[in-house]
Design a binder for this molecule. Structure first.
Ligand SMILES: NC(=O)c1ccc[n+]([C@@H]2O[C@H](COP(=O)([O-])OP(=O)(O)OC[C@H]3O[C@@H](n4cnc5c(N)ncnc54)[C@H](OP(=O)(O)O)[C@@H]3O)[C@@H](O)[C@H]2O)c1
Length: 305
């Protein structure tokens, strides 16, 4: 079989791939296309059946597709790619380091008299510990826990994601470590409540990530319906599709309560809006992908959303 490869952008024919075997997959098409166009390495390529269709999967078999009479596949250049793990590592290393720059009060931030003299408030020390712990955990999970299905993402995401995390990390730290910072209005009980929520949700978030790791056999991109397991933190799967996001929102709400800073609350709200949008998308995909997906589950907020 011969395949016509047409540019999704210009609708012009880019090349013809000849002698494609019946068992060929999209991965084979990508390999052959790269041989003819070395500039477009495989992770940069996306093929579709028509300009409005979704990207075909590497495992899709060409002979079983509903190709048009000309055997056309539409090619989209996804742009230069970077490994997911690299993006995550850079994203999370930023806030980790920047937070500590403000915590230790490096020169030229709050004035000479405060340089290298961290605040004496215990909640400020606890906040630095919590913030650092969170990002060390994220780095650890990126390196040793997550089993990603996509190796790469467009390089522009690196700038978008990093500026979000780096800016918030610096701003949150700037205000908490400011010499004029005032502790929570309701004192120790408010701090302990916030800390309790933070720790509980960190445990929950890690439990879900660990559960996802075991749900996907090593070296595969298999997706399955997640279900409540023997770990009580995973019972949230009975109510929502993305409990890791629910716990992540809880982490930042806890942190905002503990430190009583507007910018930490703003970070929790922005994260919540972003994760709600992703959770709704993932929830829709689960329902589309699995006909037996539990109908009563919501996306991120039990019983509501
Ligand atoms: N503070 C914020 O603003 C913010 C925003 C976003 C994320 N986060 C944090 O970052 C964490 C990771 O985010 P994410 O968007 O990458 O989470 P995610 O999509 O839930 O994925 C986490 C890992 O689990 C895998 N996975 C998910 N569902 C699976 C299934 N049904 N079967 C098998 N494997 C599955 C994913 O593989 P795939 O590669 O196939 O997806 C990925 O490796 C979140 O849980 C959250 O803690 C924070």
């Amino acid at each position: 079989m011969d395949l016509n490869i047409v540019s999704l952008k210009t609708k012009r024919q880019l090349c013809k791939l000849e002698g494609i075997s019946k068992s060929a997959t999209i991965a084979t098409v990508k390999e052959l296309f790269e041989k003819k166009n070395p500039r477009y390495y495989q992770s940069r390529q996306s093929f579709r059946l028509n300009p409005k269709a979704k990207s075909l999967k590497d495992s899709d078999i060409v002979a079983t597709m509903n190709l048009d009479v000309d055997n056309t596949l539409y090619f989209k250049d996804l742009g230069p790619q970077i490994a997911w793990a690299t993006v995550f590592l850079l994203e999370y290393a930023g806030p980790l380091v920047l937070y500590l720059v403000f915590y230790f009060r490096f020169p030229f931030i709050y004035g000479d008299e405060f340089t290298f003299k961290p605040s004496s408030e215990w909640v400020v020390r606890v906040a630095a510990l919590c913030h650092s712990f969170h990002y060390v955990k994220r780095l650890f999970e990126t390196k040793f826990i997550h089993r990603f299905s996509h190796g790469t993402m467009p390089i522009r995401n690196l700038f978008k994601n990093s500026s979000y995390y780096w800016t918030f990390g610096a701003l949150i730290s700037y205000f908490i470590n400011h010499p004029k910072y005032t502790v929570a209005s309701y004192g120790e009980s408010q701090i302990m409540l916030g800390l309790g929520i933070f720790v509980f949700c960190e445990l929950g978030n890690f439990s879900i990530h660990y559960y996802f790791r075991n749900l996907r056999p090593a070296g595969t991109t298999r997706r399955q319906i997640p279900k409540a397991s023997t770990n009580p933190f995973t019972w949230l799967f009975s109510f929502v599709s993305c409990p890791n996001y629910t716990y992540e929102v809880g982490i930042w709400i806890g942190f905002a309560i503990m430190t009583q800073t507007a910018v930490a609350l703003l970070f929790a709200i922005c994260g919540c809006l972003q994760m709600t949008q992703w959770a709704l998308g993932k929830h829709r995909n689960y329902r589309r992908e699995f006909s037996d997906y539990p109908r009563s589950r919501k996306a991120i907020v039990p019983f509501l959303l």
